[in-house]
Design a protein around this ligand. Structure first.
Ligand code: PMT
Length: 396
């Protein structure tokens, strides 16, 4: 059974008799570890009530594009960004036509345009409608755009016809969704990822640190596992559960992070430095808690070791990917950082916008390598991570 651990699946249900099977599909997706939210078209609500899918998914079902209350909660753009996958099952002939034409005339078709997540369709319609040249052309257009199609299955249809057009079984659709992430493009590669902040101690109870949550690094680790890599996270202090099938080494300071990185180096094919490592640490760590004293005190700091630059200088060297958190001239600074640190790739992260980057669920980055670059539009960190891992697999 393909897994969907830590994946956000947005299930779109359109108006066909197979809509009743979407209840079972919610369960199949959840059994594979997915978080599921549901959008229903108006037609779908004629076949199954939103209440059923709300009860099963544990979240309110989204139905309207122009709904003030819904937009105040999780609006259509938030839904589009939340999704790691938009799975539409059943996808009727009408919906397939609207998607192929790029229409945005209801919530589901609008989210399909607005999301950076992959789109998977499980078509369901009368066999003659499926065979119609218009439907064939629409499906071909969508396939050329990278849309994944599961099914349809053949057999006896609700209308009494026999032939292709039945929605594929929910378990098969859920497995297809899982295998979408299991790319295998880094099968057997050993990947080490630094994640989270470092803490540089001042005394037994105080430290210098930053707002990194570890979400970006942990999302990269999940994407690396899905790509088939043997994945280790060297993690600063974070409040996150380790993705399944990863090894997590917990550290506090930059010095400890360097020590673990160098220890793993002989067994590392790809090194990704996503951690927000403190550039300076206090010169001395007091044994006792520092007492309140004069109005002003001066803290003397010293540079920490540059972990990713040290890794990039090693021989033999893993394919080394750094991040660059910048607030201005982001691409120029990032390219300069890549060259100075001897990196093979750098992910430029504009952290001037507080709604992305540090401690948020979303990000927007540009990935640079010596003779190319690619911008990754704003999306949740899982989607960004999957795209970064794909670029690494292409370039490494
Ligand atoms: O953890 P999240 O809340 O999800 O946020 C993600 C993030 C914003 C932390 C992440 O996307 C990010 O941008 N990480 C890099 C942050 C950073 O410290 O950037 P920098 O430009 O200061 O460092 C450049 C590179 O050198 C980074 O790869 C960093 O890991 C590395 N470095 C820096 C200093 C040091 N002493 N050793 C290092 O290895």
């Amino acid at each position: 059974m393909a897994h969907l651990f830590n994946r956000n699946v947005l299930l779109g249900v359109s108006g066909g008799i197979a809509a009743y099977k979407s209840a079972e599909l919610v369960r199949e997706l959840q059994e594979r570890g997915a978080q599921v939210r549901v959008i229903m078209t108006r037609g779908a609500q004629e076949f199954i009530t939103p209440l059923t899918l709300q009860a099963l998914s544990g979240h309110p079902v989204h139905t309207e594009l122009l709904d003030e209350r819904a937009e105040l909660g999780m609006g259509h753009i938030e839904l589009a960004r939340w999704a790691d996958l938009l799975l539409i099952a059943p996808a009727t002939a009408d919906l397939v036509a609207r998607l192929s034409a790029g229409r945005a005339d209801d919530l589901l078709s609008t989210v399909a345009l607005a999301t950076a997540a992959p789109l998977m369709l499980a078509p369901a319609m009368n066999q003659q409608m499926w065979k119609d040249p218009a439907t064939t052309a629409n499906i071909n257009t969508l396939v050329q755009r990278g849309v994944q199609i599961v099914g349809p299955a053949a057999g006896l249809q609700a209308c009494g016809d026999v032939g292709p057009g039945r929605m594929e079984a929910p378990a098969i659709i859920a497995d297809a969704a899982g295998s979408l992430f299991a790319t295998g493009e880094l099968a057997g590669k050993r990947i080490v990822i630094t994640a989270g902040p470092t803490r540089e101690a001042l005394d037994p109870v105080r430290y210098i640190s930053n707002n990194s949550s570890g979400k970006m690094g942990y999302a990269l680790a999940q994407a690396a596992v899905d790509a088939g890599a043997i994945t280790t996270i060297i993690s600063g202090p974070v409040n996150l559960a380790a993705p399944k099938h990863t090894q997590v080494l917990s550290v506090h300071s930059a010095e400890e992070m360097l020590e673990q990185s160098l220890r793993l180096l002989p067994e590392c094919d790809i090194f990704i430095a996503c951690a927000a490592v403190a550039d300076y640490r206090p010169v001395t760590i007091e044994d006792q808690k520092i007492k309140k004293g004069p109005e002003e005190v001066t803290l003397q700091l010293v540079r920490t070791p540059d972990i990713v630059a040290t890794v990039a200088k090693s021989s033999p060297k893993p394919y080394t990917v750094g991040f660059a958190a910048e607030t201005n001239d982001v691409l120029a600074y990032a390219r300069d950082k890549m060259q100075r640190k001897g990196l093979d790739m750098i992910v430029a992260n504009d952290v001037g916008d507080p709604s992305i980057g540090f401690n948020s669920d979303e990000n927007a980055v540009t990935v640079l390598w010596p003779d190319g670059q690619q911008a990754l539009e704003r999306a949740n960190k899982n989607t960004i991570a999957r795209q970064i891992v794909h670029l690494i697999a292409q370039q490494a």
